[in-house]
Ligand binder design. Structure first.
Ligand code: GLN
Ligand code: ZN
Length: 816
């Protein structure tokens, strides 16, 4: 059963110091299984006609983020944090009821989280691995500070690991469960939400990550027996969930939502999982006293888990009808089983306005629709989209084509009304939506014939370079030593850098002033690297706010938002760009204007050593943006690639000999379904090649990957055809090198400094990592570099660490 784990992997967890402990509320330890005589299902309220699977939690203006961070710094009390949390929830209730959800019928899920929905379950059951036992409070439970300690670590405790939530950009905390991990119920977080809702006059539906998703997404506690897997403890967890259900019923809750996206993932043992799903929900449905149960299955298809769930006695089942693929027969089986179908037809993962007329047709055709056995919902939680389009300036974003969370709620409410009352009843709204979509479709920014003709004219040659030997020979005059040292691109983004950029944005300093400041910054970064004795230099990326947004701002076809924040993890939010039109660089003509060249040339003019040109690759630009869905992704990727190819050509023209094209998100977009993976790898690898293959043989192309385990796609990384590839490796002690095949011809820079933590690695440590790397022996051309960019580090750590890196390299070179 050990392969029962998500195939996705891990970015660095952020560490922070543990906030000062404050007074706690009274204990709430629940009794073990109280004896109940008869079976009671809280069933006065039918499932609501319109609902959502979840909603953004950080607040319209990131109020929660600000309150969390203030609390962590000791600048706000626990009470202040809780007050903000209550405000954020009240605003949520107001927004979604204004958009058409009802307050009194369980349409609204209790979706709030202080950090992460999986960590919420860790708190609910007190799932604390032995090594982190210190995080528990005097009651032996996780209070809010203890909960944050698991998320962020403390001076003495490392945090739980973090990993990607299915194929989204959200990251959850990975529970660590051992054979002996004690399960201790603690409903105080749920109670807090129920109380806020009650005060606001809202009947909310508690939303809890389900037992299978919890256990399949957990890892075995360190030191567990080889063959132990958290799912081995399923029955105990089912009993614990049953107790939670009973407690909720005691509180008068009539509907509960159990999220089971874990059932939509392809696994080595799908049939086994289906068996477990059936067993689990049979047991939960048989609980003696409970609310009615809605199971959700966002992000994909249930496949064999669908029949498994249908006979169990659950009352309602949500299907993702956007990302999932369901046959007519499958859909019929839901109504035939008497299970209420919650149809996820409004896309929870993108920002495009729904074609509500088409969605209504889809809904009307669903078996059971005419008998009232179908409700309308989002395909996934709306946590993946920003709060509200109304906060944006219509001059800056193409509002006709967009819908953020609040707008999606309105679409769902409209569809529910259409389904209940017939198309005619909502005709004016459908017509208005048709018109907006038609205006958006006709937006000239979406159709630039020149860009399209160019993308259509690419041929196989545009994706190819001569073999690595030819390129290496042509690059020999770079005169690099053995084990060349370099960094990944960014240098520390100091408070001053961020302040100057903000001042320029606000018009407080002129563009020239900012420019002058940044040029000086580059000069000092170059000087530092020369002093340290690095071999291949970078300009430091001080001009960039974000590695994708910077490109979005310099390309046609993208919009950037003011308030379009989306939670990435905890208090971390990103503002994805919106890729809605045809892409080229800003400026005159098809090629537009170079924008990285002035910085790179300035940097190169200050040193005799090569300075790398620095670009973000097409796959990562797509992965971290909301991408148009009116044409195949391959076409969009190729347009972005050609715009990058123009920039690369201009860098080359300006005398830049080494150009790095970062693709940290390559692994991230890999589809969950195995049968969709080859197609993805094909267009993604090709778009990188299209961007980089137009260069001279003498130009050295680097790429950089991080945030993930890459072993699974190592062949695709090789197929990128880069001359040098840097990969995050320090935390796993170079383990990934074990899987590098002989056929991997690119130079390789496995990271020797884990930049996700504030620790300075010693020279000896780096030497030992380098020796380990050399020991693998398969790498023709080994480079020495940190795991990733240095923008989150400070200068003191950076200087010390890079000095150790250079000294370690010198020592190893001498010993060769
Ligand atoms: N060049 C980028 C930087 O150094 C790469 C960032 C990344 O890989 N996420 O910041
Ligand atoms: Zn990186």
């Amino acid at each position: 059963m050990r392969h029962l784990s998500f195939p996705q992997s891990t970015p660095g967890a952020s560490r922070g110091s543990r906030p000062h402990r404050r007074g706690r509320q009274g204990p709430l330890i629940l009794p073990v299984l109280s004896p109940v005589k008869e079976k009671i299902i809280m069933s006065n309220t039918a499932f609501p006609a319109a609902t959502i699977v979840g909603y953004p939690r950080v607040g319209r203006f990131r109020e929660l983020k600000k309150a969390q961070e203030a609390f962590w710094k000791g600048k706000a009390t626990l009470q202040e944090l809780q007050d903000t949390a209550a405000d954020v929830q009240r605003t949520y209730f107001e927004r979604v009821t204004a958009a058409g959800l009802k307050a009194d019928n369980y349409s609204i899920p209790a979706t709030f989280s202080y950090y992460d929905q999986v960590l919420d379950v860790v708190r609910l059951f007190t799932l604390v691995p032995e090594r982190l036992a210190e995080a528990k409070d005097a009651r032996g439970l996780l209070d809010l500070p203890g909960y944050f300690a698991l998320a962020r670590g403390t001076e003495t405790l490392p945090p739980l690991e973090m990993t990607k939530w299915f194929d989204t950009n959200y990251h959850y905390l990975v529970p660590e469960i051992g054979a002996g991990t004690e399960i201790k119920l603690n409903l105080e977080a749920i109670d807090e939400q129920l109380e806020v809702a009650k005060q606001a006059g809202v009947k909310v539906r508690p939303q809890i990550v389900g037992p299978l998703t919890l256990l399949l997404g957990a890892k075995a506690e360190q030191g567990s027996a080889e063959d132990f897997s958290p799912v081995d403890r399923l029955d105990e967890f089912v009993a614990a969930y049953a107790q939670v259900l009973e407690q909720l019923a005691e509180r008068g809750v009539e509907w509960v939502q159990l999220d089971e996206p874990g059932l939509t993932v392809d696994r080595a043992d799908n049939a086994k999982v289906a068996e477990l799903a059936e067993r689990t929900y049979r047991a939960l449905a048989a609980a003696e006293k409970r609310p009615q149960i809605l199971v959700t299955s966002p992000y994909g298809s249930l496949r064999e888990n669908l029949p498994a769930l249908l006979g169990t006695g659950i009352e309602a089942l949500h299907l993702d009808l956007v990302h999932g693929v369901y046959s007519k027969a499958e859909l019929e089986s839901v109504s035939a089983a008497g299970v209420h179908l919650v149809a996820g037809v409004v896309n929870g993962r993108n920002v495009w306005r729904a074609d509500v007329r088409a969605a209504l047709k889809t809904l009307e055709a669903l078996p059971g629709a005419s008998e009232g056995a179908v409700s309308v919902a989002s395909s996934t939680s709306l946590q993946h989209v920003p709060h509200d389009l109304a906060l944006e300036d219509p001059a800056e974003v193409p509002v006709d084509g967009l819908a953020f969370a609040d707008q999606k709620v309105a679409e769902i409410a409209l569809l529910a009304r259409g389904l209940a009352e017939g198309e005619a009843a909502v005709e004016p709204e459908l017509k208005a939506a048709d018109e907006a979509l038609a205006r958006f479709a006709a937006d000239p920014r979406k159709h630039n014939d020149e860009i399209r003709a160019r993308a259509a004219a690419v041929t196989a040659e545009d994706f190819d370079r001569p073999t690595i030997d030819v390129r290496r020979a042509a690059q020999a005059d770079l005169n690099l030593p053995k084990l060349p040292t370099t960094t990944i691109g960014s240098f520390p983004q100091t408070a001053e850098i961020r302040r100057r950029r903000a001042e320029a944005r606000a018009g407080k300093i002129s563009a020239e002033e900012l420019n002058g400041f940044l040029r000086d910054e580059i000069a000092s970064v170059i000087k530092l690297q020369e002093e340290l004795g690095l071999d291949v230099l970078v300009h430091g990326e001080a001009e960039r706010n974000d590695m994708v947004q910077y490109f979005a701002e310099n390309f046609d076809g993208f919009a950037t938002t003011r308030h379009g924040w989306v939670q990435s993890y905890g208090s971390r939010c990103t503002r994805p760009s919106i890729l809605f039109g045809d892409v080229k660089r800003h400026g005159e003509g098809l090629r537009g204007e170079a924008f990285t060249v002035p910085w790179s040339s300035h940097a190169q003019s200050l040193s005799d050593k090569p300075v790398k040109g620095m670009l973000t690759g097409p796959v990562t630009i797509l992965a971290w943006s909301f991408v148009r869905d009116d044409q195949p992704r391959r076409e969009t990727a190729n347009q972005v690639a050609l715009a990058l190819a123009d920039e690369i050509a201009d860098l080359e023209e300006a005398g830049i000999r080494i150009i790095q094209v970062d693709e940290p998100a390559l692994r991230e977009l890999l589809p969950l379904r195995r049968d969709e993976q080859p197609q993805y790898l094909d267009w993604s690898v090709n778009s990188f090649r299209l961007a980089t293959s137009g260069v001279k043989d003498s130009t050295q192309i680097h790429t950089h990957l991080c945030y993930s385990e890459f072993n699974e796609i190592i062949d695709s990384i090789n197929a990128l055809n880069a001359d040098v590839t840097s990969i995050e490796a320090a935390r796993s002690h170079m383990e990934l090198l074990a899987d590098i095949p002989e056929t991997f011809v690119s130079g390789l820079g496995p990271g020797v400094w884990d930049i996700h933590s504030p620790r300075v690695p010693s020279q000896e440590e780096i030497e030992s990592l380098l020796k380990a790397a050399i020991g693998y022996g398969t790498i023709a051309d080994l480079w020495v570099n940190p795991d990733c960019g240095l923008k989150t580090r400070d200068y003191e750590e950076t200087k010390q660490s890079l000095r150790h890196l250079v000294d370690a390299t010198k020592a190893i070179r001498a010993s060769l």
